[in-house]
Design a protein around this ligand. Structure first.
Ligand code: BJW
Ligand code: ZN
Length: 267
């Protein structure tokens, strides 16, 4: 629903609504996307490392990406942790030290504001840095986990841990077993609860925004198709075209911190 020309969804209806025809394209791509958002009752957002790049958190792929200097197989798989937990924890310690100095940027803040304006809103992030929460987002799934949480390899308990640096190797205060980062590594499944929440949000949204992800890591790489099959308008915001660009309805190229706040401005 449009209120005073800005995005302000008002409906709380969430399931199986008939979709009303959307207005025709008018003006720029940005203008069209703002119209779609203003008309939407349910908005879902998928974010990736690009949204936090504007806060100074390194992305994974591309010229300055983490995978240029580190091999994912050595650091982000359960096999790597079994082989050399010390090395893996050292890498996470370095990233915790770096992320601890970073703040949410205008794109994170704009999505928190969008959540406040739209009662039927869901944010799915692949990022583990916690910056969406720091910005005020609450309706979210951190589908690849959170770098500020640890999980016991023995009893499975998950706990918050903001130690910087964290003791290497950390152990569980309940059972003494080795703790690991509460992060989804390659070859590990996402939490069934998160997958359910995402599936629901993708199937019934009117608009899906895909922001700052290369769109190559599954299952998130398949989310745009799920939303499109459900009839949603899918828009991508990224510095560059991605494998998602062809199937999406609209692409905006630029920095997330510049483009996302524009979506909140009056039409
Ligand atoms: C900007 C910007 C700015 C820059 N503004 N934009 C074949 C088919 C299907 C699945 C598989 C398959 N082969 C293997 C799999 C499984 C695997 C997978 O998908 N592999 C692919 C690489 C092929 N997936 C999994 O294993 C997942 N689990 C799973 O599927 O379970 C079931 C299963 C298991 C095994 C086999 C089959 C099924 C788990 C995936 C976990 C991913 N974990 C990581 C690492 C965590 C480590 C950590 O963070 O500590 O999560 S990988 C890494 O990539 C990280 C990210 O969340 C994820 C996505 O990256 P993202 O966010 O897209 O970042 P980048 O760097 O790639 O892109 C940044 C983008 O931003 C770029 O496009 C820039 O242009 C843009 N950008 N600055 C706007 N300022
Ligand atoms: Zn334990």
């Amino acid at each position: 629903m449009q209120q005073g020309g800005t995005i302000a969804c008002t409906s709380t209806e969430t399931q199986q609504r008939p979709r009303s025809p959307m207005p025709m394209a008018r003006g720029s791509n940005l203008g069209l996307l703002k119209e779609k958002l203003a008309a939407a009752e349910a908005i879902t957002v998928l974010t990736g490392a690009g949204i936090s790049a504007d806060s100074g958190v390194p992305t994974f792929r591309g010229t300055d990406g983490l995978w240029k200097n580190f091999r994912a197989e050595d650091l982000a798989t359960p096999e790597a942790f079994e082989r050399d937990p010390h090395l893996v924890w050292e890498w996470y310690n370095w990233r915790r030290e770096l992320i601890a100095t970073k703040q949410p940027n205008d794109a994170h803040k704009a999505l928190a504001e969008l959540e406040r304006r739209c009662p039927d809103f869901w944010l799915m992030t692949q990022n583990v840095d916690g910056l969406h929460r720091d910005a005020g987002s609450r309706k979210l799934s951190e589908i690849h986990g959170n770098i500020w949480k640890v999980r016991c390899t023995g009893c499975g308990v998950v706990a918050n841990n903001r130690d910087v640096p964290i003791a290497i190797l950390p152990s569980c205060s309940r059972c003494g077993s080795l703790l690991r980062p509460h992060i989804v590594w390659f070859g590990e499944s996402l939490s069934p609860d998160d997958l359910d929440d995402c599936s629901r949000a993708l199937k019934h949204c009117d608009v899906l925004l895909v922001i700052g992800t290369s769109g190559v890591v599954y299952p998130a790489a398949g989310f745009a198709s799920v939303a499109k099959e459900g009839g949603a308008f899918v828009a991508e915001i990224n510095l560059d075209p991605t494998p998602q660009s062809a199937p999406v309805d609209l692409s905006l190229h630029g920095r997330a911190k510049d483009l996302v706040p524009l979506l909140l401005q009056p039409l």
